[in-house]
Every structure is written in C-alpha cells, then in structure tokens.
Ligand binder design. Structure first.
Ligand SMILES: [Zn+2]
Length: 62
C-alpha cells in the first residue's frame, strides 16, 4: 500500500498518479481542480431585483 501525497493517509484503493506522486481518488480530484462538495455553501447567490417593487433610494423623500 502507498500513502497519499496530500492527506498522508494509507490508500486502500488503487492510487492515482499525478506528477509523479500518488493520491487517493478524492485528493486527486481536489488537486486536479475539481470543485469540492462544500463549494456550493460558500457560493454567494446571485440576487435578481424584484421588478414589481419600486427602488427605495431612487426617489427623494418628501
Ligand atoms: Zn489523500
């Protein structure tokens, strides 16, 4: 068995060879640039303005 070059865990599965180093399947995906599962938690949602509502700051207050 070999050790993962990123997380230093013992690899029970078939290692992935990247750049002469051995990685586990998850670490190989992370090193290769795949988005993580938690990436959606930190992504800011795109806000769409409500067209039915007037702009609060466009009109001067009387
Ligand atoms: Zn790893």
């Amino acid at each position: 068995m070999t050790i993962c070059a990123r997380c230093h865990r013992w690899l029970h599965r078939t290692p992935v060879y990247l750049g002469g180093m051995t990685f586990g399947p998850k670490c190989a995906a992370a090193v290769a640039g795949a988005p993580t599962r938690r990436a959606s938690l930190f992504a800011t949602p795109t806000r769409v303005p409500d067209t039915r509502q007037r702009d609060l700051f466009a009109e001067p207050t009387p």
